[in-house]
Design a protein around this ligand. Structure first.
Ligand SMILES: [Zn+2]
Length: 204
């Protein structure tokens, strides 16, 4: 349970750190992927660092205000997993979607705003005077579970290695590997009963 708790905390902390580290706007050398949405609009996507993906959805000029519906964004809706957010992107507006986390994207933020300006965040907390960074607040369930398991395993392995090394250090100094009671050269700990495995060789 402790490992799962640490996994959840680490997932959130790492994602927050990734989000704070990277502004939303694309630097000039960023590769923008452009996809036309059935002559209703355009979907741009790009990455910031290893742990952040950003999508910009823009209806084409002259299209209906409710031009871009979820059915044109199947893969994005599937990945981010929040359908109700996708009802419409009004003409003249840009919908920004941010997914952050590593190794999987696990929290998302979304906002709406005029082209060329930072969005008003509807999911997520804008950070900085121009909200050019955002702390995402909506979980992406599959990614959140995957990251929690990943970090829980790392914590578990870390604790196993730590306990093993600590036991070796204690035994080398003549203390019980389990409870740190001084035991000298006895075969078992007189405090906790733990058998003594790693006793330093006695030179005669
Ligand atoms: Zn002991």
């Amino acid at each position: 349970m402790t490992a799962v708790f640490l996994g959840v905390v680490t997932t959130i902390v790492v994602t927050g750190w990734i989000a704070i580290l990277h502004p939303i706007s694309a630097p000039s050398n960023t590769t923008l992927h452009r996809r036309t949405l059935d002559d209703r609009g355009v979907l741009y996507s790009y990455r910031r660092g290893r742990g952040m993906e950003i999508w910009l959805i823009t209806p084409v000029t002259g299209s209906d205000g409710d031009a871009i519906r979820p059915e044109f964004l199947h893969d994005l809706v599937h990945r981010v997993g929040i359908e109700d957010f996708w009802a419409t992107t009004p003409r003249g507006q840009v919908r920004t979607v941010v997914a952050a986390g590593w190794p999987s994207r696990c929290l998302m933020a979304g906002g709406l705003g005029p082209s060329g300006a930072m969005p008003t965040w509807q999911r997520g907390l804008g950070v900085g005077s121009a909200s050019e960074r955002v702390l995402p607040t909506s979980p992406i369930p599959s990614g959140f579970i995957a990251n929690t398991i990943f970090y829980a395993i790392l914590w578990g392995l870390g604790v196993i290695v730590f306990v093993h090394l600590r036991g070796k250090w204690r035994a080398r100094r003549g203390y019980c590997a389990r409870c740190n009671y001084p035991i000298g050269h006895l075969d078992a700990c007189i405090e906790c009963g733990a058998p003594v495995h790693a006793r330093p060789a006695v030179v005669h």
